[in-house]
Unconditional design. Structure first.
Length: 308
């Protein structure tokens, strides 16, 4: 299977990490890469017309529920314009299947626990969540109009090696090893459904291939949404305690109240995913964080430490 990767290597975080990821796959004979902005519709269409993909996996977005700068366009261009550009290109190249990243944040602060795909999702708590819910509605309309199967993935707090440096598990590791304090928001009540990256990749792979070789399945699939979560929410305090054990260091913690846009609990019901592909994420948090810590120390040349 030939794979074409597209990314603009945005400096939202250090592009050197993105280039290091690319280096790991650049020698694979079936992989090619184009540096491009998916929000550039003409450029994206030209690339896709040349490659003619059978399936499109759209993961491009400005991520994160917090928006310290207040710049709404930082989300709108990649998350809205970029999504429309992708759909518009697919009108011409007609892939069998479009799989795209949504987010557990679309459920909003008042959702019942656990989160189910059929629950209402019309009260997003952040602008980021609003853009991801907009993607789902666009895909719903597009699939009905164009007859192309679309699958939305509501990811729940992904973590693991090669992840984003702005994510809590990554930044906490960096600060704890440096002896700097970390900040926890409402640690006594905040719980997250941490989902290991390898599990998420397995789910994506199975869903992309779900209609392979079966045109009837693809034609009847329409638009479906799946939760991609571990179904075991972990309190932030327990999460930090696990990380402290793996790092061999105690964290200096500053406690603060929850910020606007933050959900108190995320908890995935993965019944629909299991029924569709016979798989659900199940990696234990300690095992997943252990893999991340090993990678972090290798990538950042950070020595192992023991608690004193």
């Amino acid at each position: 299977m030939d794979v074409l990767g597209i990314d603009n290597l945005d400096p939202y975080y250090n592009p050197s990490l993105k280039r290091a990821r690319l280096k790991r796959v650049s020698d694979h004979e079936a992989f090619r890469f184009k540096e491009a902005d998916v929000a550039d519709g003409a450029r994206l269409l030209g690339i896709m017309e040349t490659f003619r993909p059978d399936a499109v996996v759209h993961l491009a977005a400005r991520a994160g529920v917090r928006n310290p700068s207040g710049d709404l366009w930082a989300y709108a261009r990649p998350n809205l314009d970029g999504f429309v550009s992708m759909l518009d290109a697919c009108r011409y190249v007609r892939p069998r299947h479009i799989v795209y990243a949504s987010s557990s944040s679309v459920y909003g602060a008042d959702s019942s626990i656990p989160f189910r795909e059929d629950d209402r999702a019309d009260r997003p708590a952040s602008f980021y969540a609003a853009t991801k819910r907009s993607n789902e509605l666009m895909a719903e309309a597009f699939s009905a109009l164009e007859g192309i199967a679309c699958t939305g993935l509501r990811f729940f707090t992904l973590y693991g090696p090669w992840g984003r440096p702005d994510m809590a598990y990554y930044s906490f590791t960096r600060e704890i090893l440096a002896g700097r304090p970390i900040t926890l928001y409402d640690a006594d009540v905040m719980r997250r459904d941490f989902t290991y990256i390898d599990d998420a990749v397995e789910a994506v792979t199975r869903l992309v291939n779900r209609s392979a070789g079966d045109p009837q399945t693809a034609a009847s699939a329409g638009h479906r949404i799946y939760n991609i979560g571990n179904t075991h929410p972990v309190a932030l305090g327990d999460f930090v305690a696990t990380l402290e054990t793996l790092l061999g260091r105690k964290a200096a913690i500053t406690h603060r109240q929850r910020q606007p846009g933050e959900m108190t609990v995320t908890f995935a019901d993965t019944t629909r995913l299991r029924e569709a592909v016979g798989f659900v994420p199940s990696t234990d948090l300690r095992d997943g964080l252990s893999s991340f810590v090993r990678w972090y120390r290798s990538y950042h040349d950070a020595p192992a430490m023991t608690s004193g």
